[in-house]
Design a protein around this ligand. Structure first.
Ligand SMILES: Cc1cc2nc3c(=O)[nH]c(=O)nc-3n(C[C@H](O)[C@H](O)[C@H](O)COP(=O)(O)OP(=O)(O)OC[C@H]3O[C@@H](n4cnc5c(N)ncnc54)[C@H](O)[C@@H]3O)c2cc1C
Length: 444
């Protein structure tokens, strides 16, 4: 039986990062990554295939990232934790000393009547499936997108670039509402509408109608939207069949239960990424946040810990960013609603100024930052940034401040470097000024 020191099941964000870190951290050479796809997609790039990138081939995750790890194309169908081996669909058995499960997630398939009609698509990550979706779009004129989360919004914005009519249906009051403050949701919706997308919020897709092929979507308010293609993007569910069949424990949000070192309940088996349970940074409760950035963070943690616990997972805060038209939307940590639900008494601070200084510099645009603090301890709980393209990086600074529990005063006073081409003015630097704004509210 072929045997490897480290076997990783799954070859996307989480699995690849686990392979990279095992080589860097332990100098490990004997690593095998197993996945069914010959080529694998940059998952976050999938919506952009249909607009900005233009083709599936431009969205490939390069296998050179794997370094010296070997890649086996195949599907693992069972794990024998007593023998320390996995069996592939082909019948081949591969032994391991350490095993990392990075089996990812599958799109949720809601029980909407008519979902099985032709031209109703889920957002899967397989290149062949995505190519077929591209061909289907070539012959479509009106796409209905069910789900106004990040995936739905990004698909809408990209597909409109093909000159198609697009309608987004979101059952909540706003698109992006699960992860963003209302102000950001409205900005995203306005940007979609400005691009010609029909946005229907507070409405549920009740059924999908037509003969064999989709012809319309019927909504909960009784209206019917004629269309010839439907994309469903309402979230994902962890892919845990392999783990369940092997007696590995599953958690409340249906991910593989792991401890702070990414260890499962079975010796020498770790789990990372979308298939693994996440725990809130704020109260350690399970949270259903599934992001490539989390998958890679966990891939690093698991690999560092394969021999002895070294790196601890501090928990998930949820760091999201996207762009609609020319409006960048970024949010780190808790929304105000989430913070209040967790029992925090909050105080917020805001700041807006030009992204460069003076504001007459080329490409200077307004950048707005909003921060939410715990009034009692002063700790930063959440932050949002919009609308310039630097919002994503500003958001990552806020994420670092949140996980380090920086207080209003610390955020207001942390050292910044500024430059006319690169940043806002030191007299109007958005993050520090938003913290000052909150500080002034509680002091005076
Ligand atoms: C359209 C879209 C846009 C997104 N945009 C973003 C974004 O902008 N930012 C962000 O952070 N996240 C984004 N995400 C989320 C991100 O894609 C996921 O969080 C990320 O892919 C998780 O990585 P993973 O490695 O855990 O799982 P996956 O990417 O799902 O990969 C799992 C791998 O395991 C393999 N596998 C499964 N079962 C087996 C088996 N039995 N044997 C062998 N191999 C197996 C799969 O084939 C696959 O290779 C987006 C997701 C989608 C769908």
């Amino acid at each position: 039986m072929e045997k490897h020191e480290l076997v990783i099941v799954g070859g996307n964000a989480g699995g690849i990062q686990a392979a990279i870190c095992a080589q860097k951290h332990h100098g490990l050479k004997d690593i095998m990554v197993i996945r069914p796809e010959v080529i694998t997609m940059v998952p976050c790039g999938i919506p952009y295939i249909y607009g900005t990138l233009g083709e599936v081939e431009k969205n490939v995750l390069p296998d050179t990232l794997l370094g010296e790890a070997k890649l086996k194309i195949g599907e693992v169908v069972s794990i024998d934790a007593k023998q320390n081996s996995v069996t592939l669909g082909s019948g081949e058995v591969i032994g391991y000393n350490k095993l990392v499960l990075a089996t990812g997630s599958n799109p949720i398939q809601p029980p909407i009547p008519g979902i099985d009609k032709d031209n109703v698509w889920l957002v899967r990550k397989y290149p062949d499936y995505l190519k077929k979706l591209a061909s289907a779009m070539d012959n479509a004129s009106h796409i209905v997108i069910i789900g106004g989360g990040f995936i739905g919004v990004e698909f809408a914005d990209e597909c409109r670039k093909r000159g198609l009519e697009i309608t987004v249906i979101e059952q909540l009051e706003h698109c992006l509402q699960l992860v963003c403050n209302e102000e950001l949701c409205v900005r995203a919706e306005d940007a979609l509408k400005a691009g010609g997308v029909n946005v229907m919020t507070g409405n549920t897709a009740k059924s999908i109608g037509g003969n064999d092929k989709v012809e319309f979507v019927e909504l909960s308010d009784g209206s019917k939207i004629e269309c010839d293609l439907v994309i469903i993007g309402i979230g994902v569910t962890p892919n845990t069949k392999l783990a369940v069949d092997s007696g590995i424990e599953i958690g409340t949000t249906r991910g593989i239960k792991v401890d702070e070192f990414q260890r499962t309940n079975i010796n020498n088996i770790f789990a990372v990424g979308d298939c693994a349970e996440k725990y809130s940074f704020y109260n350690s409760e399970p949270v259903a946040v599934r992001l490539a950035s989390e998958a890679t963070r966990e891939g690093k943690i698991a690999s560092a810990n394969i021999y002895t616990p070294q790196w601890r997972n501090i928990g998930t805060i949820g760091v999201f960013s996207t762009v609609v038209g020319k409006t960048a939307i970024a949010m780190a940590g808790l929304t105000d609603t989430q913070a209040e639900r967790l029992g925090y008494d909050i105080v917020t601070g805001e700041a807006q100024s030009a992204s460069k200084h003076p504001g007459t510099m080329p490409d200077a645009e307004p950048m707005r930052v909003r921060l939410t603090f715990n009034r009692r301890s002063g700790a930063l709980l959440g932050g949002s940034a919009c609308c310039t393209m630097t919002a994503g990086e500003v958001n990552n600074i806020m994420a670092a401040a949140i996980v380090n529990r920086m207080t209003m005063e610390q955020v207001a006073l942390f050292p910044i470097g500024t430059h006319p081409f690169l940043t806002a003015s030191p007299l109007a630097y958005q993050i520090t000024d938003a913290a000052s704004d909150a500080l002034h509210k509680i002091r005076w």
